[in-house]
Design a protein around this ligand. Structure first.
Ligand code: ZN
Length: 310
């Protein structure tokens, strides 16, 4: 299998965009692209689709700017599944052609392209360098930045326990500012609307770091039981630890919102051993790929079970 996906780092928005165009050109019958909105600085927000089945899964990455290795991971998954589908290959025991006749896997690989661009290239690469420098207390190192370009944390934008998010910042900055109201930012709003339109059976929001899986937020009964079973399957594949958020979890995240509003399973896998407030070192990537390469397929299989036996 030859890889089209660029493997030099950092993996930028421009490289991702070029890779998307190349996959579309090489696999026109197997790989679909949709633009679901645009970022504050006008970058297109891409959604990619692999598969034709009625069961629907969404995987997204890089809500948080410094976590851009999740975009690369999702792009590599999209490529691997597309190639295996077109050539009738298996991936770690999954019959990809059969599975993708039953399920469709959507990817939004880079929810926060402006933030990723800032982390990788610095303030001068943005449209308003003075504003981002002010949000960063005039520090020129943006490697720990999580927010979008307006200093709003996109994973604190969703209407699920938004009022009580903690800890919280009072004003725009590198992290933890939840914005003036839920969905004030175009990136979160686009993902929200796209999710509601498709009514996905299962979702996963990729983050870093810590090798753990968030899967539980104010759910009970059947949804709690099903979510726990699927979380255990993800844990078996990745070796990541399941997190119990305790009785009073903070909210506002994509997974929190999906669980409570869509009332279907959603997961937040945190790739990489814990590395603190910085991008995941690319040396960790080969292990991350082996742990996660089949997670999209696993979720597609679970989604098709939910469709036939809800
Ligand atoms: Zn994150």
């Amino acid at each position: 299998m030859t890889h089209l996906i660029t493997n030099d780092f950092p993996y930028t928005f421009e490289k991702m965009e070029a890779d998307i165009q190349e996959l579309k050109r090489d696999y026109p019958d197997f790989f679909q692209v949709e633009i679901i909105g645009e970022s504050v600085e006008g970058r297109p927000l891409y959604a990619l689709k692999v598969g034709t089945g009625r069961a629907k899964v969404l995987l997204n990455g890089s809500h948080h700017a410094r976590e851009w290795l999740t975009s690369y991971l999702l792009m590599q998954m999209a490529e691997a599944y597309t190639q295996a589908w077109s050539s009738k290959e298996n991936i770690t025991g999954f019959d990809v052609r059969d599975l993708l006749n039953r399920a469709s896997i959507w990817f939004i690989p880079m929810v926060n392209p402006d933030g990723v661009n800032l982390v990788q290239k610095g303030a001068e690469a943005t449209q308003q360098p003075d504003a981002v420098l002010r949000f960063n207390d005039y520090r020129t190192d943006f490697s720990g930045w999580k927010a979008n370009i307006r200093g709003v944390d996109l994973n604190r934008q969703y209407p699920a326990g938004w009022e009580t998010i903690k800890p919280s910042a009072d004003s725009p900055g590198p992290m933890n500012y939840k914005g003036p109201h839920p969905l004030s930012e175009p990136e979160a709003k686009a993902v929200y609307q796209f999710t509601k339109k498709h009514r996905f059976h299962i979702a996963a929001a990729y983050h870093s770091s810590g090798e753990e899986i968030y899967w539980k937020y104010k759910i009970d009964g059947n949804l709690l039981a099903i979510s726990h079973e699927i979380a255990k399957r993800i844990s078996e594949k990745t070796s990541y630890r399941l997190v119990d958020p305790g009785p009073d979890p903070s909210g506002g995240g994509y997974t929190d919102w999906f669980l409570t509003e869509m009332k279907r399973p959603a997961f937040t896998p945190e790739i990489s051993p814990y590395i603190g407030p910085r991008p995941v070192p690319v040396e960790y990537y080969p292990a991350i790929w082996l742990q996660n390469q089949s997670i999209g397929l696993l979720l597609a299989e679970e989604a098709s079970k939910l469709l036939t036996n809800p």
